[in-house]
Design a protein around this ligand. Sequence first.
Ligand code: UD1
Length: 449
Amino acid sequence: MESYHIRGGTPLHGEYPVKGAKNAALPILAAALCKGGIHEIYGCPDIGDASVMMDILKGLGADCRRDGNCLVVDSRQLTSAAVPRQLMSMLRSSVFLMGSLLMRTGEAVVYRPGGCNIGSRPIDIHTDGLRHLGYTVTEDEEKIVCSGRCRGGRYVLPYPSVGATENLMMAALSGDGLTVLENCAIEPEILDLQGFLRTCGFQVYGAGTGTIAVLGGKGISDAMYFIMEDRIEAATYLMALAGTGGEGILTGVRGRLLGSVLQVLENMGCRIRSFQDRIELVSPERLRSPGMVSTAPYPGFPTDCQPQLMTLAVCAAGETRICEEIFENRFSHKKELMKMGANIETCGKNAIIKGIGRLQGAEVCAQDLRGGAALVLAGLMAEEETVVTGIHHIERGYEGLERGLRLLGGNIEKKNERKTKKTEESAAEVGCVSADHGSSPWVPVLSHV
Ligand code: UD1
């Protein structure tokens, strides 16, 4: 069982180069199926979710290999349009294969996607949108079978879902007509997906605004593409600097993508200078409460930064209110932070945090990706030693978080310990499971394509 051992109390300082974005890389890896070719995708973080996505692509017949931070996907030959249930359940982004497989093969057989347990996370907008575009979609509680071609037209998303916007962009590429998607999500990662699709020769316009136009077509070229920077990783490191009373510079990140996060950190007393390619932060002696913060779709405060903000609020002077507006079950880190002495009350989507002077080290367990990152930050801010277990959740989305924090002077080590009966029992108590991928889920003979 792997865990992080953290000795808190050292202010972080120095420079950290931000990595490529998980939330751009995963849909783009799925999109590499839309046009059969040899695609070189640079800046892909080496994270658990990317490895699972590569396994899925390989199972579908694509050849995939990692060369440093470049993933080479040869998608010229596909042998299947069916993704096994076990792999679907390992990551949320498997849902993007609906759109890319439909574009390429006219069929897709998938199961309900997995990912972090942060709410019910339905996919009704994905399936409803596909039906509007002209696809046949049959689904039961587990399996979803889609087939057909896109007939074009207009679809207004009932909510600007990031995943549904990306899935429908890919599904709209089949057929010959024009499809207009309205009330789309405007997250920067959607613009990155558009950039990749255009590099393949597809005609997609308007990403980054609420209206996206897609013209059907086959694509014309192999793509060589550079993934955008990970604004959530950047925010996590900024909060680690702020929480430990440190100062530092993040490079390779556009400050304007993090407007709402930087505003909250400034309200907490940090001095920030934001540039085209870097962000500099100097923290105050003690953080103060930012008041009330609500999560919202981009450019609002990201739900993916809410757990880390809660950790900062725990030690900030005054009372902080956080309202989680995107996912209904995203406070799993609260119970663990309270083991470290935090004073947090939650009621539905609201949390009230009363700032205490200092956290106390404890053994805590990550139960989802960003909640896990929040616990690591808490460990860096706490007195004595903190042990964070369940770190496979964290490694699904952060490449070498412990190495990055050490680069900034953090006292954090990853250890691989044998499971004892006691640690197994305490992990089970808070819902932690190990990242054992089990035996191969692929059915040997696949005849769909
Ligand atoms: C994406 C991000 C995730 C981030 C989230 C919100 C990726 C790979 N993941 O997730 O990191 O936390 O955006 O910024 O980019 N909804 C429905 N029906 C649907 C789809 C969504 O009701 O069919 C609801 C969800 O339950 C949630 C809200 O819409 O309440 C936002 O979800 P969505 O934007 O789809 O998030 P994801 O694409 O899952």
